[in-house]
Design a protein around this ligand. Structure first.
Ligand code: NAP
Ligand code: ZN
Ligand code: ZN
Length: 349
């Protein structure tokens, strides 16, 4: 086993702090990555605090990981030492089921192996995330990063990027569609960029008046303050799609009403408790509510290649590792512009 330094928590009440843990030795098909940057996803907070059910402690969060390959196993063919490499939300899956063999590993019948807060396929070795110096991962679950600049803005693509790219692609969003993005945080800001890049007319639905100028700079054509009921009233039956990124419990009815006949709410936010919606809000206009979870390896690579070709990056605030507890509080207050990214150089050895 290899000793690794990281930052994590020992219980749901614990603040994150420096801790040491172990990773496996580099196996034949593994790459070893020295982590440069790791994004801070709201899921990290949900899990560190056991908001989605009991987490596995100690927990070392982080699933928006980029770094440099420093070692490869003797059977590795896709990476070499010195390459940039990325790790997203999962690091393995059963590799046999219909989902796995069709590039939808995130929906694996047996469950994907999460990058942290889970167990490897042996069912007993815990996974630890990217708030750490090093990751060791099978090359088949590792992403190529065709970027030469702004690497801190690349890290969030591994979760916030693919989680918004995938449902917009699956829905076929393109020119002529009216798309609303609900919640301007880490996922929301990437959703605005992608929806605008795919040619849609984009409306930002936000609870934060201070974010209007940024929303427009990110590519939104319109900004609506959802706390102003009059503004919402004028938007009834306007949108083909609403991408819902909200991390807190909320009433979906007022947003469902904004969808056209056959409109779809694409849900990616995962609040700790159930949202409410009234059946009438969907049946009255044959609307649907569609869920989506990250994306498979093939599609994540496609998204990264698309971002590199179209100069799409996350807008980030780079932080030192020991700022993480403050960063968590700011994310919860919706005070994030628009993703915190940890500079892993600041993780003291
Ligand atoms: P985030 O940065 O905190 O953004 C969420 C945004 O939602 C906030 O910035 C805020 O934007 C808005 N918001 C917060 N509370 C709200 C409320 N009560 N009502 C309406 N809007 C509210 O979080 P994130 O990292 O983007 O993640 C968003 C959610 O997606 C989390 O639950 C996360 O766990 C989940 N997630 C899901 C997947 C997946 O595969 N499906 C992947 C990653 C993350 P405004 O200030 O603009 O209102
Ligand atoms: Zn995430
Ligand atoms: Zn599978």
């Amino acid at each position: 086993m290899i000793k690794v330094n990281g930052f994590g928590a020992n219980s749901k009440e614990d603040q994150l702090h420096a801790l040491e843990f172990q990773r496996r030795e580099v196996g034949p098909s593994d790459v070893k990555i020295d982590i440069l940057y790791c994004g801070v996803c709201h899921s990290d907070i949900h899990m560190a605090r056991s908001e989605w059910g009991p987490a596995i402690y100690p927990i070392v969060p982080g699933h928006e990981i980029i770094g440099r390959v420093t070692e490869v196993g003797n059977a590795v063919t896709k990476f070499k030492v010195g390459d940039l490499a990325g790790v997203g939300v999962f690091v393995d899956s059963c590799r046999k089921c219909k989902s796995c063999t069709s590039g939808l590993e995130q929906y694996c019948d047996e469950g994907m192996t999460p990058t942290y807060n889970g167990y490897y396929r042996d069912g007993m070795t815990p996974t630890f995330g990217g708030y750490s110096s090093t990751y060791i991962i099978d090359e088949g679950y590792t992403l190529h990063l065709p970027f030469t600049k702004n690497l801190e803005g690349v890290a969030p693509l591994l979760c916030a990027g693919i989680t918004t790219y995938s449902p917009l692609k699956y829905a076929g969003v393109s020119k002529g569609h009216k798309v609303a993005v609900l919640g301007l945080g880490g996922l929301g800001h990437m959703a605005v960029k992608f929806a605008a890049s795919f040619g849609a007319e984009v409306t930002m639905l936000s609870t934060s008046p201070s974010k209007e100028a940024d929303a427009k700079r990110l590519g939104a054509h319109h900004f609506v303050l959802t706390t102003d009921k009059n503004q919402l009233k004028g938007l009834k039956m306007q949108f083909d799609f609403i991408l819902n990124t909200v991390a807190a419990v909320h009433d979906m009815n007022q947003y469902l009403d904004l969808l056209k006949v056959d409109g779809k709410m694409l849900v990616v936010g995962i609040p700790p408790e159930d949202n409410r919606f009234n059946a009438a809000s969907i049946i009255s206009k044959r609307r649907s509510i569609v869920g989506s979870m990250i994306g498979g390896i093939k599609e994540t690579q496609e998204m990264l290649d698309y971002c590199a070709a179209n100069d799409i990056y996350s807008d980030v605030e780079v932080i030192p590792m020991d700022y993480i507890n403050t960063a968590y509080e700011r994310v919860i207050k919706s005070d994030v512009k628009y993703r915190f990214v940890i500079d892993m150089k600041t993780l003291k050895a």
